[in-house]
Design a protein around this ligand. Sequence first.
Ligand SMILES: [Zn+2]
Length: 347
Amino acid sequence: MMIRLCMVLVAVMFVFVSKISAQSNSEELQEKRGQKVLRKLEELLEVKELLDLLKEDSNDMNDEQDNKRTEETIELGTSEELDEERRDYSTDYDCAHRDHPDYGCVGKCIATSKCPGNHYISNLCPNKPADVKCCFTANSDSQCTSGFSDGHCIATSQCPNNDYVSNYCPTKPPGVKCCRSKPTDTCPNDGCGSSLKTKACNVKSNSNIRLRDNNSVFNSKGNNDGADATSNIADMCNGKKSKRSSYDCVISGVTVPTPGGWVCIQAKVLDYLIALANDGHDILVNTITGACHSKTSKHYSGLAVDIQKESSASNYQAWMTKCTSMGGTAYGPGDAGHANHVHCHFP
Ligand SMILES: [Zn+2]
């Protein structure tokens, strides 16, 4: 009996001890688990902090980019993006250089459904979708192309023998009318004469003058459109004309088309840039004949230039004075839309 009791006691004690040890084991385990969870949490917190830091950085960068973009957009005071139509508006080389017997070098790669009068030629836009062809009346209103079999909207100064009709190009600037003859001065290789060519090469090689090389900073449609300041000066220096952009811009909520085609940058504009550089100013040329400007802008006639500071020195007043002293008209800080650049044009 005694032995039995002892055995029961031992058994009870064994159960009790093992329970306690199990309990302490599980406590240990729980503690270990707790510590593990804490460590994991700490790790997660560190990661989160890191992520927050990264996020702040990228926010800063975005802010900077946004600020820059806004500044530049406001700077020109002209261009806004048409986000719904993000496609490549640049025209293939063969199309831009084809001298059409009726229309000259005014071809643009656009959807055939958007080509007024269907005056397009196939196989000149090899890098574009199948429905995009080289249209020679892209800058014309349908009233003009349907009213006259060979009508197209172009500047009256480019229409030989004043062979134009009024009121058939209602969406175009006043100087653009419905012309029924092949226009003059449309091909880039017609050139602008040796004097302008030399001046353009002087601008190109001047170390005080930097030229923007992509109009995308002003408008997404301007991406590599060949009408940026670098291309304008390079084309002129190579004996060609300077390209104008060809897409619809939105200015203060109003859609304004750019004229497309080619034009000579006039001597006064090139002389002005060289004069500023010779005076020791570091300048950044935003636009010359390309990008978005108002409908009747002198930029499209090769008579205007937009410049901004390259270094931190504020020279805007001096640049404006120089412009007027050379017979031009200047807009700059204080004038609407010109807070961060100077526009100078000549008559
Ligand atoms: Zn301007």
